[in-house]
Design a protein around this ligand. Structure first.
Ligand code: PEP
Length: 244
Protein backbone atom coordinates (compact mmCIF):
# COMPACT_ATOMS: atom_id res chain seq x y z
CA UNK A 1 0.00 0.00 0.00
CA UNK A 2 1.22 3.46 -0.84
CA UNK A 3 0.62 5.95 1.97
CA UNK A 4 -0.74 9.19 0.55
CA UNK A 5 1.57 12.18 0.85
CA UNK A 6 0.68 15.87 1.05
CA UNK A 7 3.92 17.76 0.49
CA UNK A 8 4.27 21.54 0.74
CA UNK A 9 7.08 23.51 -0.88
CA UNK A 10 7.38 26.91 0.75
CA UNK A 11 10.12 28.00 -1.69
CA UNK A 12 11.71 31.34 -0.63
CA UNK A 13 8.77 32.24 1.58
CA UNK A 14 8.42 32.30 5.33
CA UNK A 15 10.02 33.61 8.48
CA UNK A 16 9.82 32.43 12.07
CA UNK A 17 6.32 33.93 12.25
CA UNK A 18 5.20 31.39 9.62
CA UNK A 19 5.66 28.55 12.09
CA UNK A 20 2.21 29.35 13.48
CA UNK A 21 0.85 28.06 10.14
CA UNK A 22 2.65 24.79 10.75
CA UNK A 23 1.02 24.46 14.15
CA UNK A 24 -2.36 25.22 12.59
CA UNK A 25 -1.81 22.44 10.03
CA UNK A 26 -1.11 19.88 12.74
CA UNK A 27 -4.77 18.98 13.25
CA UNK A 28 -5.26 17.99 9.61
CA UNK A 29 -1.86 16.27 9.70
CA UNK A 30 -3.10 13.88 12.35
CA UNK A 31 -4.87 11.62 9.82
CA UNK A 32 -4.06 8.79 7.42
CA UNK A 33 -2.01 10.81 4.94
CA UNK A 34 1.61 11.69 5.58
CA UNK A 35 2.28 15.43 5.64
CA UNK A 36 5.56 17.04 4.64
CA UNK A 37 6.55 20.70 4.64
CA UNK A 38 9.75 21.90 2.98
CA UNK A 39 10.38 25.37 4.40
CA UNK A 40 13.36 27.57 3.57
CA UNK A 41 16.54 26.16 5.12
CA UNK A 42 16.55 28.89 7.78
CA UNK A 43 13.43 27.35 9.30
CA UNK A 44 14.17 23.61 9.08
CA UNK A 45 15.42 23.14 12.64
CA UNK A 46 12.63 25.23 14.16
CA UNK A 47 9.98 23.59 11.97
CA UNK A 48 11.20 20.11 12.93
CA UNK A 49 10.56 20.99 16.58
CA UNK A 50 7.08 22.41 15.97
CA UNK A 51 4.95 19.27 15.61
CA UNK A 52 5.78 15.56 15.31
CA UNK A 53 2.85 15.09 12.88
CA UNK A 54 4.54 16.98 10.05
CA UNK A 55 7.73 15.71 8.41
CA UNK A 56 10.21 18.38 7.37
CA UNK A 57 12.30 18.52 4.22
CA UNK A 58 14.84 20.65 2.42
CA UNK A 59 14.35 22.16 -1.05
CA UNK A 60 17.78 21.24 -2.44
CA UNK A 61 21.13 19.81 -1.35
CA UNK A 62 24.68 19.69 -2.65
CA UNK A 63 26.17 16.57 -4.19
CA UNK A 64 29.05 16.57 -1.68
CA UNK A 65 28.81 15.70 2.01
CA UNK A 66 30.92 18.71 3.08
CA UNK A 67 33.59 21.05 1.76
CA UNK A 68 34.34 24.40 0.16
CA UNK A 69 30.93 25.23 -1.33
CA UNK A 70 29.95 28.67 -0.05
CA UNK A 71 26.24 29.08 0.44
CA UNK A 72 25.37 25.45 -0.19
CA UNK A 73 23.98 22.84 2.18
CA UNK A 74 24.73 19.14 2.26
CA UNK A 75 22.14 16.43 2.71
CA UNK A 76 23.83 15.49 5.98
CA UNK A 77 23.35 19.05 7.26
CA UNK A 78 19.66 18.93 6.33
CA UNK A 79 19.30 15.65 8.18
CA UNK A 80 21.18 17.08 11.17
CA UNK A 81 18.74 20.01 11.26
CA UNK A 82 15.79 17.61 11.42
CA UNK A 83 14.87 17.02 7.77
CA UNK A 84 13.83 13.58 6.59
CA UNK A 85 13.08 14.55 2.96
CA UNK A 86 14.59 16.77 0.29
CA UNK A 87 13.04 18.06 -2.94
CA UNK A 88 15.46 17.65 -5.85
CA UNK A 89 15.31 18.78 -9.47
CA UNK A 90 12.43 21.21 -8.98
CA UNK A 91 11.87 23.06 -12.26
CA UNK A 92 12.82 26.36 -10.58
CA UNK A 93 16.21 24.85 -9.67
CA UNK A 94 16.57 23.42 -13.16
CA UNK A 95 15.73 26.83 -14.73
CA UNK A 96 17.31 29.27 -12.26
CA UNK A 97 20.45 27.26 -11.49
CA UNK A 98 20.84 25.27 -14.70
CA UNK A 99 20.56 21.94 -12.90
CA UNK A 100 20.94 18.99 -15.23
CA UNK A 101 19.51 15.49 -14.86
CA UNK A 102 23.01 14.27 -13.98
CA UNK A 103 23.31 16.79 -11.15
CA UNK A 104 19.89 15.83 -9.83
CA UNK A 105 20.94 12.17 -9.94
CA UNK A 106 24.13 12.93 -7.95
CA UNK A 107 22.17 15.00 -5.44
CA UNK A 108 19.69 12.16 -5.07
CA UNK A 109 22.54 9.78 -4.35
CA UNK A 110 23.89 12.22 -1.74
CA UNK A 111 20.44 12.49 -0.17
CA UNK A 112 20.18 8.70 0.11
CA UNK A 113 23.63 8.49 1.68
CA UNK A 114 22.45 10.93 4.36
CA UNK A 115 19.32 8.86 4.99
CA UNK A 116 16.92 11.33 3.36
CA UNK A 117 14.01 10.46 1.10
CA UNK A 118 14.38 12.30 -2.22
CA UNK A 119 11.36 13.88 -3.90
CA UNK A 120 12.61 13.95 -7.49
CA UNK A 121 10.71 16.37 -9.73
CA UNK A 122 10.10 15.89 -13.44
CA UNK A 123 7.89 17.82 -15.84
CA UNK A 124 7.58 19.19 -19.35
CA UNK A 125 7.43 22.81 -20.50
CA UNK A 126 4.42 24.07 -22.44
CA UNK A 127 6.43 24.04 -25.65
CA UNK A 128 7.39 20.42 -25.10
CA UNK A 129 3.77 19.48 -24.45
CA UNK A 130 2.59 21.33 -27.55
CA UNK A 131 5.08 19.40 -29.64
CA UNK A 132 3.73 16.15 -28.20
CA UNK A 133 7.05 15.38 -26.55
CA UNK A 134 5.77 15.02 -23.02
CA UNK A 135 6.38 11.33 -22.44
CA UNK A 136 9.82 11.44 -24.10
CA UNK A 137 10.83 14.34 -21.86
CA UNK A 138 9.52 12.67 -18.73
CA UNK A 139 11.16 9.36 -19.66
CA UNK A 140 14.51 11.08 -20.18
CA UNK A 141 14.27 12.98 -16.89
CA UNK A 142 13.38 9.83 -14.98
CA UNK A 143 16.24 7.86 -16.51
CA UNK A 144 18.75 10.68 -15.96
CA UNK A 145 17.70 12.01 -12.56
CA UNK A 146 17.11 8.82 -10.56
CA UNK A 147 20.17 6.75 -9.64
CA UNK A 148 20.22 2.96 -9.59
CA UNK A 149 19.14 1.44 -6.31
CA UNK A 150 15.85 3.24 -5.77
CA UNK A 151 13.50 1.92 -3.12
CA UNK A 152 9.99 3.02 -2.26
CA UNK A 153 11.26 4.25 1.09
CA UNK A 154 13.87 6.61 -0.29
CA UNK A 155 12.25 7.81 -3.50
CA UNK A 156 9.13 9.84 -4.26
CA UNK A 157 8.57 11.08 -7.82
CA UNK A 158 6.72 14.37 -8.37
CA UNK A 159 5.19 15.05 -11.78
CA UNK A 160 5.09 18.82 -12.12
CA UNK A 161 4.31 20.24 -15.56
CA UNK A 162 6.36 23.45 -15.67
CA UNK A 163 3.47 25.35 -17.25
CA UNK A 164 1.16 24.46 -14.36
CA UNK A 165 3.43 25.68 -11.56
CA UNK A 166 2.12 28.89 -10.01
CA UNK A 167 -0.02 29.66 -13.05
CA UNK A 168 -3.46 28.42 -12.02
CA UNK A 169 -3.41 26.14 -15.09
CA UNK A 170 -3.88 22.42 -14.50
CA UNK A 171 -3.64 19.55 -17.00
CA UNK A 172 -6.80 17.61 -17.71
CA UNK A 173 -7.37 14.59 -15.49
CA UNK A 174 -6.69 12.38 -18.52
CA UNK A 175 -3.35 14.09 -19.09
CA UNK A 176 -2.40 13.58 -15.43
CA UNK A 177 -3.49 9.93 -15.63
CA UNK A 178 -1.43 9.37 -18.78
CA UNK A 179 1.80 10.76 -17.31
CA UNK A 180 1.38 9.09 -13.91
CA UNK A 181 0.68 5.73 -15.58
CA UNK A 182 3.76 6.20 -17.74
CA UNK A 183 5.93 7.02 -14.69
CA UNK A 184 4.57 3.96 -12.85
CA UNK A 185 5.40 1.72 -15.83
CA UNK A 186 8.92 3.15 -16.11
CA UNK A 187 9.57 2.64 -12.38
CA UNK A 188 8.33 -0.96 -12.60
CA UNK A 189 10.45 -1.67 -15.67
CA UNK A 190 13.63 -0.27 -14.18
CA UNK A 191 13.37 -1.15 -10.50
CA UNK A 192 11.07 -4.17 -10.59
CA UNK A 193 7.37 -4.57 -9.88
CA UNK A 194 7.75 -4.40 -6.09
CA UNK A 195 9.56 -1.07 -6.02
CA UNK A 196 7.66 0.30 -9.00
CA UNK A 197 4.26 -0.40 -7.51
CA UNK A 198 5.08 0.88 -4.04
CA UNK A 199 6.84 4.14 -4.97
CA UNK A 200 4.68 7.20 -4.51
CA UNK A 201 4.02 9.53 -7.44
CA UNK A 202 2.82 13.04 -6.59
CA UNK A 203 1.12 15.52 -8.87
CA UNK A 204 2.24 19.17 -8.56
CA UNK A 205 1.10 22.34 -10.28
CA UNK A 206 -1.63 24.73 -9.06
CA UNK A 207 -3.19 22.23 -6.66
CA UNK A 208 -5.70 23.98 -4.41
CA UNK A 209 -8.60 23.01 -2.16
CA UNK A 210 -11.07 23.37 -5.05
CA UNK A 211 -9.34 20.88 -7.38
CA UNK A 212 -7.61 18.52 -4.93
CA UNK A 213 -10.40 15.95 -4.62
CA UNK A 214 -10.70 15.31 -8.36
CA UNK A 215 -6.93 15.20 -8.88
CA UNK A 216 -6.48 12.74 -6.00
CA UNK A 217 -9.05 10.41 -7.59
CA UNK A 218 -6.84 9.97 -10.69
CA UNK A 219 -5.16 6.53 -10.83
CA UNK A 220 -1.52 6.53 -9.70
CA UNK A 221 -1.79 9.94 -8.01
CA UNK A 222 -0.51 9.29 -4.50
CA UNK A 223 -0.70 12.86 -3.27
CA UNK A 224 0.54 16.30 -4.22
CA UNK A 225 3.51 18.60 -4.15
CA UNK A 226 1.97 21.98 -3.44
CA UNK A 227 3.58 25.42 -3.67
CA UNK A 228 1.41 28.49 -3.09
CA UNK A 229 -1.45 26.64 -1.40
CA UNK A 230 0.89 25.11 1.20
CA UNK A 231 1.75 28.41 2.85
CA UNK A 232 -1.47 28.83 4.81
CA UNK A 233 -3.21 26.22 6.94
CA UNK A 234 -6.56 27.44 5.61
CA UNK A 235 -5.52 26.22 2.13
CA UNK A 236 -3.23 23.30 2.92
CA UNK A 237 -5.50 21.86 5.63
CA UNK A 238 -8.32 21.05 3.18
CA UNK A 239 -5.80 19.59 0.70
CA UNK A 240 -4.49 17.27 3.42
CA UNK A 241 -8.09 16.38 4.38
CA UNK A 242 -8.79 15.44 0.76
CA UNK A 243 -6.14 12.72 1.13
CA UNK A 244 -7.20 11.50 4.58
C1 PEP B 1 5.65 23.80 -6.94
O1 PEP B 1 6.36 24.78 -7.05
O2 PEP B 1 6.14 22.71 -6.67
C2 PEP B 1 4.23 23.97 -7.16
C3 PEP B 1 3.52 22.92 -7.45
O3 PEP B 1 3.72 25.25 -7.06
P1 PEP B 1 2.17 25.69 -7.11
O4 PEP B 1 1.41 24.72 -6.28
O5 PEP B 1 2.17 27.07 -6.54
O6 PEP B 1 1.77 25.63 -8.54
Amino acid sequence: MRRKLAAGNWKMNGTKASLTELSAMATAADGAAEVLICPPATLIALAADTTPDIAIGGQDCHTAASGAHTGDLSAAQLADAGASYVILGHSERRADHGESDAQVRDKTRAAWEAGLTAVVCVGETLEQREHANTLDIIGGQLAGSIPDGATAHRLVVAYEPVWAIGTGKVPTLDQIAEVHGFIRARLERRFGAGVGRSTRILYGGSVKPSNAVEIFAVPNVDGALVGGASLKATDFGPIIEALN
